[in-house]
Design a protein around this ligand. Structure first.
Ligand code: G6P
Length: 614
């Protein structure tokens, strides 16, 4: 949550910062701000409530000159989203300005101390406390900015990625991180700073990922310097960025979410590339092979994740238990980390996270690690905190996912989990070679089958219009498709603000059936599989109560199609792979309902893509 950008070099900073903020807007979009030091040494701070476009509007007649600056897009934690609470924040003397992503947990105590030293506060934020503390230390200890930041951070409890400007030294940006991501781009006589590499990609492919509790100094005309908060000097490790500009653009689609839904045939093929060899009927996951023993001796697998990634984890549980016969527990990271879980040295913990930065999942990983468990990360963003904290893992490789509602990351997570389940099952001998080969062959066909489903987009867009009246939706599925029902419901509530619940179909009669009337749309995921007949009975129960049925059925299924108000077909596939197909129409349905309702699909209210606060 919150995106931060910085620039120091020869160019005008403002256009670079604004473009960077647009790229990072997925991280938070309730207010935005920028700080620049102009050629006269004046430190100008401008802020606006709302989106980055509102900030651009607000600064139209202002002096935005300067070759050094920092900027921020916010997702409010302390203090409501308004102009005063927006970042950057000045220090008392307006000599320093700070931007911050994270939470200073002990801000109240620090604030009290500063008030006693005569400091006053304009905002309700924890961030303003930090910049005042830095200034206080800088003045009282008579130290430079970097040392003041370092000393201040030694007093801070919490999470942060920060960047600080100092009016008295317009040639330096000091930045630091703990828990929130931060990356530095190295250009020709210039430095870029951002929460992720997306604002940097068009300027340089040389990046340094700032590590935990590290402080970095971007100084005009000087080498990058790095040290820890404990004052240990480190050598920056420069990496090559694997990201292209075209991956960050909408490519003719009206929204990133639609683009990302339509990318799935390609992204899944990429996720499988070099891993699923259909000709040789084989799967190779290096992260598994290198650590095979850990999986083979595991008495239990714990999957930990949040949101959509948690739904993928549930599907992973079905697959691992079916093929590998190892007990699996799927945990919300936020619950797992605080409920004193029993974690054994023989446990394998799989952490799933698109961003690789979700604070609760990262904390769950650290907790499990401290108990000696083996951690396997399934993440999308290369070099993010969770893959770095994990012992091993597997990237999903779907490219940047920008729509806040996750789509292509989900299908890739399910694909990776399925590959993993098949590999463990084969190695353990709990999955016959024949079944293994059948499923591997079918996995290779999934991208094309998703392509077939996407051809129904126009029809889904058409009938979606009839459901914008709804206040509530129920999604039903069984077995592998129960998590799909939950994921479909999550998509709808995230972007259309319609209340929706995903339920195991048979549980309907234990409560939700009371809600069913002709006003109530019920989405039933009913592909041909082991529980098909039972789901048909559930549909009959809904029909008997005049519920409106949208079904997801296997091609050629006339029975459920006739019982439904609207049916969307998916090609025949293996039961364990059905989620990869069944979720696609649900993504499209949610998308089109949200579009007709006029909702901001890519940036739904109150949400953020990367949740770096707990
Ligand atoms: C936020 C996002 C969701 C995402 C969840 C977990 O809530 O809006 O789309 O599923 O975080 O994120 P992660 O990056 O850990 O998968």
């Amino acid at each position: 949550m919150c995106g931060i950008v910085g620039y120091i070099g020869r160019r005008e900073a403002y256009p670079i910062l604004i473009k960077g903020l647009h790229r990072l807007e997925y991280r938070g979009y309730d207010s935005a701000g920028v700080a620049l030091i102009n050629a006269d040494g004046k430190l100008n701070v401008y802020k606006a409530k709302g989106k980055v476009a509102d900030l651009e509007h607000a600064v139209e007649s202002k002096d935005v000159s300067g070759t050094i600056g920092i900027a921020h897009t916010r997702w409010a934690t302390h203090g409501e989203p308004n102009q005063v609470n927006a970042h950057p924040h000045y220090s008392e003397s307006e000599e320093l300005a700070i931007i911050h992503n994270g939470i200073i947990e002990n801000y109240a105590v620090l604030k009290e101390g500063l008030i006693q030293h005569g400091y006053t506060f304009k905002s309700a934020t924890d961030t303003e406390v930090l910049v005042q503390l830095i200034e206080y230390i800088k003045h009282t200890d008579k130290v430079d900015l970097q040392t003041a930041v370092q000393l201040a951070l030694n007093q801070v409890v919490g999470a942060y990625a920060i960047a600080v400007l100092d009016r008295s030294n317009p040639d330096i940006i000091v930045a630091a991180r703990k828990g929130s991501p931060l990356v530095v781009g190295i250009g020709d006589g210039e430095y870029f700073l951002a929460s992720d590499a997306t604002p940097i990609v068009e300027f340089t492919d040389k990046v340094v990922y700032v590590g935990e509790e590290e402080i970095v100094c971007l100084e005009r005309g000087k080498e990058l310097t790095l040290k820890t908060i404990g004052n240990v000097v480190k050598t920056p490790v420069v990496k090559k960025l694997e990201l292209t500009l075209s991956q960050l653009e909408k490519g003719g689609y009206p929204h990133f979410m639609l683009k990302e839904i339509f990318e799935q045939p390609t992204t899944l093929a990429t996720s499988m590339r070099g891993r699923v060899n259909v000709e040789q009927n084989n799967i190779t996951l290096a992260g598994f092979i290198d650590n095979k023993e850990k999986f083979l001796k595991a008495k239990r697998i714990i999957i930990t994740a949040c949101g959509t990634s948690w739904h993928a984890g549930l599907i992973g549980m079905y697959a691992i238990e079916e093929f590998a016969r190892i007990p699996v527990e799927v945990e919300y990271s936020s619950e797992f980390r605080y409920r004193k879980p029993v974690i054994d040295q023989d446990d394998v913990v799989i952490a799933i996270s698109q961003s690789g930065e979700t604070a609760d999942t990262l904390a769950a990983v650290e907790l499990a690690k401290s108990h000696g468990a083996f951690i396997f990360g399934i993440c999308n963003v290369v070099g993010a905190s969770i893959p770095r904290a994990a012992h091993s893992g597997c990237y999903t490789h779907v490219g940047p996912e920008i729509g806040v509602a996750s789509t292509k990351a989900f299908t890739a997570q399910v694909t990776v989990l399925t590959m993993l389940a098949l590999m463990i099952g084969r190695e353990r001998g709990t999955l016959s070679e024949e079944r293994y080969l059948q499923i591997v062959a079918e996995l290779g066909k999934i991208p094309d089958k998703i392509g077939e489903i996407l051809k129904q987009n126009d029809r889904i867009a058409e009938f979606a219009k009839t459901f914008t009246y709804a206040q509530n939706f129920i999604y039903l599925g069984r077995g592998y498709n129960y998590p799909v029902a939950m994921e479909g419901a999550l998509k709808l509530k995230e972007i259309s603000y319609i209340h929706a619940e995903g339920y195991p179909a048979a549980e309907m009669k234990h409560g939700p059936i009371a809600l069913i009337s002709q006003e109530m749309p019920v989405v039933v995921i009913a592909p041909q599989c082991g529980t098909y007949e039972k789901v048909v009975s559930n549909i009959q129960e809904i029909k008997a109560r005049k519920g409106r049925i949208i079904s997801v059925v296997t091609e050629g299924d006339e029975i459920v199609r006739h019982m439904s108000d609207y049916a969307i077909t998916i090609p025949q596939t293996e039961e364990c792979l059905a989620p990869l197909l069944a979720v696609v129409p649900l993504q499209l349905l949610a998308y089109h309902i949200a579009v007709v309702k006029g909702c901001d699909v890519d940036q739904p209210r109150n949400l953020a893509k990367s949740v770096t606060v707990e």
